[in-house]
Each structure stands twice: as structure tokens, then as C-alpha cells.
Design a binder for this molecule. Structure first.
Ligand code: ADP
Ligand code: ASP
Ligand code: MG
Length: 403
């Protein structure tokens, strides 16, 4: 008998018919003689709708209350899914994050799972029940509800898999696997049979929302193989796993894009030692994550310093950036919300010269201006005009062979 942890995302549960379809798929696994734990996301775009409502009430929601609100989405789906399973004559029970004792730190809206006291889950499994658990949520040391960041149900799933030492983990969404780029942008994108943790981690962090980056990190740390497939068909999916000995690595595995990027420029900062250190210390003290940084020498010993942040940090950044700019005697701040980041990822890039040059040339030939660049061993990212995102992804996808 195997223990399987399955996760169904919002699109897979977006209406009652789809919930019943998921119930049938779960029951099929159960009837094959497996113990089944199911992680469910909120129905469809429920979380987005709750966030919209919240901002109609206040511009500055208290993080604890935001979590109180957002956890309701998953509670609706676990109840309905459990009822749908029971209605077909099978034993099932729903558990919220707090009932499942998913313990997190105190960082509301972005909490990290510390531990899962899985006694209750195991008890219910031993009663031969299908256990349906709310994704994306947990409780902190004060027993307040927390959430794990957008897309966090994937992370709940992997944490449960590790805690329960499950034999298999299956993540079901509206795509039937990981593609070499978002198939909703490039219909000719190719599905991968497998992808290495390191590559998936980069793709997820660089905007491929198909898996939550923290989930990939956990899977990598525990060496857990993941199977990504669709809840709408039985097509073979993609396995996310580690590199096997001497295995060939692709130069380029995938292309990702991210529009949740903002570029900020502090203009004409005096060119003196310590200036950059001071700016970025002030920002990091407020937990603002800086991604790319570029410094351009202008004239008369003045520099423009540009950097990028995630859109979710813009409000906090705005609160302090003008003050910092004044302190530096700069000539003002420019905030560009209309940029995006396109990236290529490949574990074999490290041993292949010329990949970056090719990416820049391809973008150049398409008339797309590159504003900023970063490169690490297995990825290259460029900041471009947000309106050119789709064109850039398509052009890059068509120019590389993914071998
Ligand atoms: P769920 O709601 O099930 O968690 P998500 O919407 O979070 O699903 O993730 C699935 C989406 O991820 C797909 O619809 C697709 O548009 C997007 N996506 C981005 N990059 C990729 C990729 N490389 N392969 C597959 N899907 C991708
Ligand atoms: N419902 C949450 C979200 O939309 C979590 C998830 O779907 O993984 O972000
Ligand atoms: Mg998701």
C-alpha cells in the first residue's frame, strides 16, 4: 500500500463540476489500494477576489486580518471536495491548516512552515479515510492563522509529503506538465519529461507560477520527486527530480517571464565610496528584496543607480526611497512599473560559452531593448519594456533548440 499526496490547484476546483471531477480522480487512487492525502487550493480566482475586496475596505490591511480572510478560500474547497467524496460513498475528512497542525513562523502573508505535527492526519488515514487538507495556510506560535504566500498550496503539499514520508507526490493543475516556456504564451511550447530541481527552482523564481519556488526548494532539500500533471486529462506529466550521475544537462531548458517587476532609478547620485552600501542597507532593513542592480557613470562624478524589486514591495519602497534619495543629494527618483524580466535557464549553460551573447542578439534582432542584465551559472535574465514580454518570450523560444 502506498501513501500518495495529491494537490489540486484553483483552476481544477473552479466550479462544482470540477470539484466532482477531482473527487472521482481521488477516489480512483483510493480504489487502487492507496492511502490518499489531498491538498486543495481555493476555488478558481477566489483568492484574487478576496484580496480585491480587502483593498476596497482598507489600503493598509493588518497582515493578521489579511490571513484571516485569505484562509477562508481554501476552507470552502476542502469542505465541498470532502462532501463530494462522501457523496460517492467514500470515507473522507477535511482539515484546515490549524487542524492539521501545520506550524509556521510568525511572518503573516509569507509564513514558512516549521513543522507539521501529523498525528491527527495519520489517525484519520488509519481509519481508512481520504484526508483533505487546506493548502496555503498554517498556524503560528500564537495559534493565529498564517498564509504561505501566493501559490503556497504547492509548498503545503511538499511539506506534507516530507512529514508523512509519502511514497508519491502528484501536483495537478490546468497544464499537463512543465513546458519549456508558458504554453499559454507560446502554444508551440514543448512539454518536458523531466526537469532538474535547480532548473525548476530558477524557472519558478523567475516567474513560472506552475510551481511555488519554496515548494521546489523543499523538494530539493529532501530529494523528493514530484509529478506534475493535469486534472483535466490523463496525459503523462513531468517529473521534477535531481540530476543522475553523468547525466547530460541541457544548455537551455526553459524560458520564463515575470511582469511583477518594478525598476527604480535614483538619479545623479554623487560618485563616492559607501553610497550604494547605504542605499541598499536602508532598503534591506525594511525587508525589501533587491533583485538586479546597475550603476551608470553619468558625468561630473554623478551616477544613476537603478535596481529592481518585486511589485509587492513597491508600497514599502515608496515610503522610504524619496527620503534616501534626498539624503544622498541625488537629483530625484524614477519609478518604472512598466518593465518585465525575461530569463533563460539551463543546467548545462555553465559549461557552454556564448549562450548569453545569443540571447542578447536574438532580443536585439527583434528590436527589443535590454535595460538591465544579470547572469548566474544556470540563468540569464534581462529587464525589458513590459509591452514586449510576449514577443521576447516567443522570439527566444523560437531561437534556442533546448538540447
Ligand atoms: P494552480 O492554480 O493549479 O496552482 P497555476 O495557475 O498556479 O496553477 O500554474 C499553472 C500555470 O502556470 C499554467 O496555466 C501556465 O500558464 C503557467 N506556466 C508558466 N510557466 C509554465 C511552464 N514553463 N510550464 C507550464 N506552465 C507554466
Ligand atoms: N489560493 C492561494 C493563491 O491563489 C494559494 C494557491 O492557490 O496555491 O495564491
Ligand atoms: Mg499555483
Amino acid at each position: 500500500m502506498s501513501l500518495i499526496v495529491q494537490k489540486y490547484g484553483g483552476t481544477s476546483l473552479s466550479n462544482v463540476e470540477r470539484i466532482i471531477n477531482v473527487a472521482e480522480r481521488v477516489i480512483n487512487k483510493y480504489n487502487e489500494g492507496n492511502k490518499v492525502v489531498v491538498v486543495a487550493s481555493a476555488m478558481g480566482d477566489t483568492t484574487n477576489k478576496l484580496i480585491k475586496k480587502m483593498y476596497k475596505v482598507t489600503n493598509d490591511p493588518e497582515p493578521r486580518e489579511a490571513d484571516m480572510l485569505l484562509t477562508t478560500g481554501e476552507q470552502v474547497s476542502i469542505a465541498l471536495l470532502t462532501m463530494a467524496i462522501q457523496d460517492k460513498g467514500y470515507p473522507a475528512i477535511s482539515l484546515t491548516g490549524s487542524q492539521a497542525k501545520i506550524k509556521t513562523d510568525d511572518e503573516h502573508n509569507q509564513a514558512i512552515i516549521k513543522d507539521i505535527e501529523n498525528k491527527r492526519i495519520i489517525e484519520e488515514l488509519n481509519k481508512d479515510k481520504i484526508v483533505v487538507i487546506a493548502g496555503f495556510q498554517g498556524i503560528n506560535s500564537s495559534e493565529d492563522f498564517t498564509t504561505l504566500g501566493r501559490g503556497g498550496s504547492d509548498t503545503t503539499t511538499i511539506a506534507l509529503m516530507a512529514s508523512l514520508e509519502a511514497d508519491r507526490c502528484e501536483i495537478y493543475s490546468d497544464v499537463d506538465g512543465i513546458y519549456n516556456t508558458d504554453p499559454n504564451i507560446v502554444p508551440q511550447a514543448k512539454k518536458l519529461d523531466y526537469i532538474f530541481y535547480e532548473e525548476m527552482l530558477e524557472l519558478s523564481s523567475l516567474g513560472a507560477e506552475v510551481l511555488h519556488p519554496r515548494a521546489v526548494e523543499l523538494a530539493k532539500n529532501y530529494g523528493l520527486k514530484l509529478y506534475i500533471a493535469s486534472s483535466f486529462n490523463n496525459n503523462p506529466g513531468t517529473i521534477v527530480r535531481g540530476v543522475e550521475k553523468m547525466e547530460k544537462k541541457k544548455k537551455v531548458t526553459g524560458v520564463a517571464s515575470d511582469r511583477n517587476v518594478v525598476k527604480i532609478t535614483i538619479k545623479k547620485v554623487p560618485d563616492q565610496p559607501g553610497v550604494a552600501g547605504e542605499i541598499f542597507t536602508d532598503l534591506s532593513n525594511q525587508n525589501i528584496n533587491i533583485d538586479m542592480i546597475i550603476q551608470n557613470l553619468q558625468y561630473n562624478n554623478l551616477n544613476d543607480i537603478s535596481f529592481t524589486i518585486d511589485k509587492s514591495d513597491l508600497k514599502e519602497t515608496k515610503k522610504m526611497i524619496f527620503k534616501i534619495a534626498r539624503k544622498m543629494n541625488s537629483k530625484g527618483v524614477e519609478i518604472d512599473e512598466k518593465v518585465s524580466k525575461v530569463s533563460i535557464v539551463g543546467a548545462g549553460m555553465i559549461s557552454t560559452p556564448g549562450i548569453a551573447a545569443k540571447m542578447f542578439k536574438v532580443l536585439g534582432n527583434a528590436g527589443i531593448n535590454i535595460q538591465m542584465i544579470t547572469k548566474s551559472e544556470i540563468k540569464i535574465s534581462c529587464i525589458i519594456d513590459g509591452d514586449e514580454t510576449e514577443k521576447a518570450v516567443k522570439t527566444i523560444h523560437n531561437s534556442f533548440t533546448f538540447e
